[in-house]
Ligand binder design. Structure first.
Ligand code: ASP
Ligand code: MG
Length: 414
């Protein structure tokens, strides 16, 4: 008998029919002899609709009340799901994040889980119940209701799986798993059987939307095996787990893209110590996350500094940058939202030279200009024009033959 945590996203429970289909799957898992804990998101676009409703009431709602409102979405789906499960002959009980012992920090809208007190869920399991837990929410150390940030139900599921020492955390979603590229752009993209936590983290941060990066980080830190799979069929999806030195692995796992960033450039910055520290220090102080940074070589003692931020943060970033640019005597600052980022991710590139150059060659052969480059030990990212992103993704996917079952493999001796 295994202990399985199953998480269902908003689309998977988006209608009464979908809710019943999910309930049947959960009941089948239970009837097969497993202990089952379920984490559920709000139905369909409920969270967006609640946010919209709040905006129509107030331009700047208090964060505490916003969290109180948004947690209602998951409360609806957890109760409906428990009802549906009863009709499939299993006993289920639903629990809010607070009841399930999800203890968080106090920052409303982006609270972090600090503890999971599993007593109530464990007790439910010992009575043979299926425990349904509301995703995305918890209770702070000061007893206020909190939310974990958009997409936070993944994190709830992984945190519960870690605390309960579950055998696997199944994330059910509306795609079949993690692909070598977005299949809407690359129809021949392939499902990956397994990716390491590191690769998944890089892919999530580089625009793959299938799993929230924070959930992957949590899974890595606690060694939780995550299985990303579709709630619309029974196929095996993608396992996210510890890299196994003995397993065969492809050099490249996938190409991801992201068109949600903007590029900010400060031109003609005097080239002297302390300026970058000041600029990025103040951006950090405003809570603005900076992704890529490029500083050009200095010509006549002046240099250009470019960096990327989320488009949502671009206006705030400019508000920080413009006064500093004026003070330090820079030539000016500008923002460009029409960029896209494409990233190539794969653990095998650590030991295989030539990956970056092959990527650049693929881009140049398809006439795509590279504006910025950044790398980690297992990722190469390029900023290109937004209109070139689709072409760029296809060219790189093709260049590395990613639609074929990992044709280049390396085998590490055990
Ligand atoms: N319902 C929340 C959202 O849409 C949490 C989640 O779906 O994971 O962000
Ligand atoms: Mg959602």
């Amino acid at each position: 008998m295994a202990l399985i945590v199953q998480k269902f996203g908003g689309t998977s429970v988006g209608s009464p029919e979908r809710m019943k289909a999910v309930a049947r799957r959960i009941a089948d898992t239970k009837k097969a002899g497993n202990d089952v804990v379920v984490v559920v998101s709000a139905m369909g676009h409920t969270t967006d609709e609640l946010i919209d409703l709040a905006r129509r009431i107030s331009p700047d709602p208090p964060p505490r009340e916003m969290d109180m409102l948004l947690t209602a979405g998951e409360r609806i789906s957890m109760a409906l799901l428990a009802m549906a499960i009863h009709d499939f002959g299993c006993e289920a009980a639903s629990y809010t994040g607070s009841q399930a012992g999800i203890i968080t920090t106090t920052e409303h809208g982006r609270a972090k889980i600090v503890d999971v007190r599993t007593a109530r869920v464990t007790e439910a399991l010992s009575r043979g119940l299926i425990a349904i837990v509301a995703g995305f929410q918890g209770v702070s150390e000061t007893a206020d209701i909190t939310t974990l940030g958009r997409g936070g139900s993944d994190t709830t599921a992984v945190a519960l799986a870690a605390a309960l020492h579950a055998d696997v955390c199944e994330i059910f979603t509306d795609v079949d798993g993690v692909y070598t590229a977005d299949p809407r752009i690359v129809p021949e993209a392939r499902i990956l059987h397994a990716v390491s936590y590191e690769e998944m983290l890089e892919m999530a941060s580089a625009g793959a939307r299938v799993l929230m990066a924070r959930a992957v980080e949590f899974a890595r830190n606690h060694g939780v095996v995550v299985h990303v799979r579709s709630s619309f069929n029974d196929r095996t999806g993608t396992f996210v787990r510890q890299e196994d030195e003995r397993m065969e692995k492809a050099i490249i796992s996938g190409v991801t893209h992201d068109t949600s960033e903007a590029k900010v450039t400060v031109q003609g910055v005097p080239d002297r110590p302390g300026i970058a520290a000041r600029l990025f220090g103040e951006l950090a102080g405003e809570g603005i996350n900076v992704d890529m940074i490029v500083q050009n070589v200095s010509v006549d003692g002046h240099t250009d500094i470019s960096f990327t931020v989320s488009r949502d943060d671009a206006a705030r970033a400019m508000a920080v940058v413009e006064p500093i640019a004026g003070e330090i005597g820079a030539a000016g600052a500008s923002v460009d939202p029409e960029i896209g980022k494409i990233s190539l991710v794969g653990a095998g590139m650590r030991s295989h030279p030539g990956v970056a150059s092959a990527m650049f060659a693929a881009l140049s052969e398809s006439g795509v200009n590279i504006e910025m480059i950044s790398t980690s030990s297992i990722r190469v990212s390029c900023v290109v024009r937004e209109r070139d992103v689709v072409r760029a993704v296809r060219a790189v996917h093709d260049r590395f033959n990613l639609s074929e079952e990992a044709i280049i493999r390396e085998i590490h001796p055990g």
